[in-house]
Design a protein around this ligand. Structure first.
Ligand code: PLP
Length: 382
C-alpha cells in the first residue's frame, strides 16, 4: 500500500473477531452468503447434541420445546413483532410455498415482484395460474418506487420484494412499497434475508403484512432455520392449503379428521423444526443481541463506505446504491473474470464470492478495513 494511504477506519467492534475462529485461518468477506460461525453457535449446537445423547426425546418436554418458544420470541424482539407473530421454517422457499397456498388469487391475479429479487420469490408464483409482473431495474441496483406505483393495481393480490437486494446491497424504501400495496388493497411480503441482522428492522414501522428472514447470513445462525413475521391484523386473511401438524391449534390432539389452524402466525408452520439449526441460531442471536444491531449497522456501514471509496480510488467502479444510507454490506465490483478472481483470492486466504460479471465483497461487524484493503491489493496485483 502506498505510504500516503489514509489510515484505515477503526472498527470499535473489531474485538468481536475473536468470537469467530475462521479469522485465525483466513480473511472472511462473504457474510451475505453465509455468516461466520461463532463460538457461541458451536457451543449451543454441542449442547443440543449432548442433550440428545443424554436423554433422547425426553428433552422435548423441558428444554427443546422451550428452545422453539425462545427462538420465536427472540426473532420477534429483533424486528419489533408482537408475541404470536412469528412462525419458524427451514427455508424462505418453504415459507413462500405455504403463503402461496393460502393467498387468494381468484379475483386478484397479479403478483408484483422484480428482476432484482432472489429468484425463489418469483419461482413460487411462476408455475401458478397468476399474472407475475417482474419489474425491470433501470440500473441493476434498485427499482424506483414509482415503478411499483405504476404496476400495482386493483388486480394485484401481492407485492413481493426485498428489503435489501442481494444483487446490489441496495436498501429499498419498504414503507413506501407497503403503502402502495395497501392503497390498492394488496398484501405486501418483504424478503428481509439480506437485511435482518445487518440493519435495524421494525416491522410495525415498515407496515408490511409479511416479512421473512433467517439464520444463514447476517443473523449468524447457519443453514436450515428461517422465520416468517405475519402481522396479527392480516394473518387471518390467509388460510394456508399446505399444512402440517405444527400449524394445528390442538397439535397434540392428534385428530386426523379435523384441521383447525392456529389463529396466530403459527398457522403457517408445518413440521418439526431442525433442532440443531434452532440451536446454532440461538447462539448466533446471543452474539447479535450482545453486540446490538444499531452498533452492527454503524460498523458495517463504515466498512462498506471505506471499501467503496478504496475500490473507487483504485479505478474500480463499485455497482452500489448512490448514497451511504441506501448501501449495505454487499459491494459488487465489476470484473471480466470474477470466477478467476475468487480462485486467486482464495489461494491468498480471502473468502469472497462472485455473481455474473462481478466480484462480491461483503464486510460485517467482525471485519476490519485492512481486510478489504488487503484484498484490493491482491485483486489488482494480478
Ligand atoms: C434475499 C434472499 N432470499 C432468499 C434466499 C434463500 O432462500 P432459501 O431459504 O429458500 O434458500 C437468499 C439466499 O440464499 C437470499 O439472498
Amino acid at each position: 500500500m502506498p505510504a500516503t494511504a489514509p489510515t484505515a477506519v477503526a472498527n470499535p467492534l473489531a474485538h468481536w473477531r475473536r468470537e469467530f475462529p475462521i479469522f485465525e485461518r483466513s480473511t472472511y468477506l462473504n457474510s451475505c452468503s453465509l455468516g461466520a460461525l461463532s463460538r457461541a453457535a458451536r457451543a449451543r449446537v454441542t449442547g443440543c447434541l449432548d442433550q440428545w445423547d443424554a436423554r433422547g426425546a425426553a428433552n422435548w418436554y423441558d428444554t427443546w420445546w422451550a428452545a422453539l418458544d425462545d427462538l420465536r420470541a427472540r426473532y420477534g424482539r429483533l424486528i419489533n413483532a408482537r408475541p404470536g407473530e412469528i412462525a419458524l421454517h427451514p427455508s424462505v422457499s418453504t415459507i413462500l410455498g405455504v403463503l402461496g397456498s393460502g393467498i387468494d388469487t381468484t379475483a386478484r391475479r397479479r403478483i408484483v415482484t422484480t428482476h432484482l429479487d432472489f429468484p425463489t420469490v418469483p419461482y413460487q408464483w411462476l408455475p401458478r395460474n397468476v399474472d407475475v409482473v417482474l419489474l425491470e431495474s433501470p440500473d441493476g441496483v434498485s427499482v424506483p418506487v414509482e415503478q411499483f406505483e405504476r404496476a400495482v393495481d386493483a388486480n394485484t393480490a401481492l407485492v413481493a420484494t426485498s428489503h435489501v437486494y442481494f444483487t446490489s446491497g441496495a436498501i429499498q424504501d419498504v414503507r413506501a412499497i407497503a403503502d402502495i400495496a395497501h392503497r390498492a388493497g394488496a398484501l405486501c411480503l418483504i424478503d428481509g434475508y439480506q437485511a435482518a441482522g445487518q440493519l435495524p428492522v421494525d416491522v410495525r414501522a415498515l407496515g408490511v403484512d409479511f416479512y421473512v428472514a433467517g439464520g444463514l447470513k447476517w443473523l449468524l445462525g447457519g443453514t436450515g432455520i428461517t422465520f416468517l413475521y405475519a402481522c396479527a391484523e392480516t394473518t387471518g386473511v390467509v388460510v394456508p392449503r399446505s399444512n402440517g401438524w405444527f400449524g394445528h391449534r390442538e397439535q397434540f390432539a392428534f385428530d386426523p379428521a379435523q384441521f383447525t389452524p392456529h389463529e396466530d402466525a403459527r398457522r403457517f408452520e408445518t413440521g418439526t423444526p431442525a433442532l440443531l439449526a434452532v440451536h446454532s441460531q440461538l447462539g448466533g442471536l446471543d452474539v447479535i443481541e450482545a453486540v446490538g444491531v444499531d452498533a452492527i449497522r454503524a460498523a458495517t456501514s463504515a466498512l462498506t463506505e471505506d471499501l467503496v471509496a478504496e475500490a473507487s480510488a483504485r479505478g474500480l467502479r463499485p455497482k452500489v446504491a448512490p448514497t451511504a444510507a441506501e448501501r449495505s454490506g454487499i459491494v459488487m465490483l465489476p470484473r471480466t473474470d470474477p470466477g478467476a478472481d475468487v480462485a486467486r483470492l482464495a489461494a491468498a486466504g480471502f473468502i469472497v464470492d462472485s455473481r455474473p460479471g462481478h466480484l462480491r465483497v461483503s464486510p460485517y461487524f467482525y471485519n476490519v478495513a485492512d481486510d478489504h484493503r488487503a484484498l484490493l491489493e491482491v485483486l489488482l496485483d494480478g
